[in-house]
Design a protein around this ligand. Structure first.
Ligand SMILES: Nc1ncnc2c1ncn2[C@@H]1O[C@H](COP(=O)(O)OP(=O)(O)OP(=O)(O)O)[C@@H](O)[C@H]1O
Length: 368
């Protein structure tokens, strides 16, 4: 199995005055599943394409198993890539589509046959080998595209938004198939997506990017529970974390309107020790850390907010309750037993200990 090193990599496209990728520094361990995630234009595809050799690296080095690859041609990097628009040949059968890359590389006929049939078995495509892509569903076509990568037996898989052309339901099932495939083959994989759910469910480690810069690298739980800054906190998680502009003073925070809450001792001490007493801050709390249970509100009576329901989305076991307090909106995920209609006035308990404070200027998370 193969490791990949991106050492302080930069990319500037010809004609642009700014770098599209800045100081990308990452060591990818053998068998790791890495996901680059971030909004459109953040530089994730560019980074992937530099690894594949489809774009030049402006500065820094790319190493595969300790060998510098910057000037090695894409075909000699031993990398298999799956694209968003599967790029299948419409006039060829599924068998020939999967065999094509191997034929170009002059593999023996028997070897090709063995590899294609094995990949078809892994992907449940055995009954479709004689068909043309036009006869297949979107999900099946995407499987063929994966099959083309599998037959190569390449030690590195690169995937650029491979599921984004599929409908929502198919995306979820293909996501699970990709996870299973990775468990089975153990190929070092790099996957690009703008969908944080895909990133969280597939990755061993996530690289969160924004406007050409890596914001945080960590396991899905690390980036969820310990975001380095407000961008990561807001980007990872759905619905997204609620943010409030508050003023903190002597164990309380207030937004100057309907929000005036007690800050538990530990958090208050942390803020004061770092010089944040009597300062403006951003407070962030995830929807699942806002509670409707009486017992919670009795325990923390000074962290209860009275709000008005704006939208109530019933998801089954839970409801996403969008609410408003003096013009400030927030969302809570609560048990659907506590169902409420728009217009209802409700009380919600904020679990401040689970929340995060961010420096207003640097946007960095304040922590011990
Ligand atoms: N061929 C190119 N020439 C000039 N600039 C480019 C080129 N390709 C990408 N860029 C610029 O580089 C930046 C990063 O683009 P990139 O495609 O890597 O982002 P991305 O995160 O993959 O976004 P998306 O999900 O929209 O593809 C963007 O500002 C884009 O305009």
């Amino acid at each position: 199995m193969v490791e990949v090193d991106l050492n302080h990599i930069y990319k500037k496209y010809e004609g642009n005055d700014k770098y599209s990728v800045n100081d990308f520094d990452l060591h990818i361990k053998p068998k790791e599943f890495i996901v680059f995630v971030g909004p459109s234009g953040c530089g994730k595809s560019t980074t992937l394409r530099m690894i594949a050799g489809l774009e030049d690296i402006s500065k820094g080095t790319l190493e595969i198993d300790g060998k510098v690859m910057n000037d090695v041609a894409p075909k000699d990097r031993n990398i298999a890539m799956v694209f968003q628009n599967y790029a299948l040949y419409p006039h060829m059968t599924i068998y020939d589509n999967m065999a094509f890359g191997l034929k170009l590389r002059h593999y023996k006929k028997e070897d090709i046959d063995k590899r294609v049939k094995n990949a078809a078995k892994i992907l449940g495509l055995e009954d479709y080998l004689d068909k043309k892509p036009g006869a297949l569903s979107g999900g099946q076509r995407q499987r063929v595209a994966l099959g083309r990568a599998i037959v190569r037996d390449a030690p590195i898989f690169l995937m650029d938004e491979p599921l984004s052309n599929l409908d929502a339901k198919l995306r979820v099932s293909m996501r699970a198939e990709i996870a299973k495939l990775h468990q089975r083959l153990g190929t070092t994989s790099i996957y690009v997506t703008h969908d944080q759910t895909e990133a969280m469910t597939l990755a061993d480690r996530v690289v969160v990017m924004s406007v050409g810069h890596v914001q945080q690298i960590g396991t899905p739980l690390e980036v969820y529970n310990e975001p380095v800054n407000q961008f990561v906190a807001g980007f990872i998680g759905s619905p997204q974390m609620n943010f409030f502009n508050v003023h903190y003073k002597d164990g309380r925070m207030s937004d100057g309107k309907g929000l005036n809450l007690e800050v538990p001792e530990g958090k208050a001490k942390m803020l004061e020790e770092q010089g944040y007493n009597d300062k403006d801050l951003v407070f962030g709390i995830r929807p699942e850390d806002i509670h409707s249970e009486e017992a919670f509100m009795e325990t923390w009576p000074n962290d209860v907010v009275t709000s008005k329901v704006v939208v109530s989305e019933l998801l089954g076991a839970t409801i996403q309750l969008y609410q408003e307090v003096d013009g400030t909106e927030f969302v809570a995920i609560i048990n659907s037993r506590d169902f409420h209609q728009p217009g209802d006035v409700v009380k919600m308990g904020f679990d401040i200990n689970k929340g995060h404070f961010f420096d207003k200027d640097t946007t960095l998370r304040i922590h011990n």
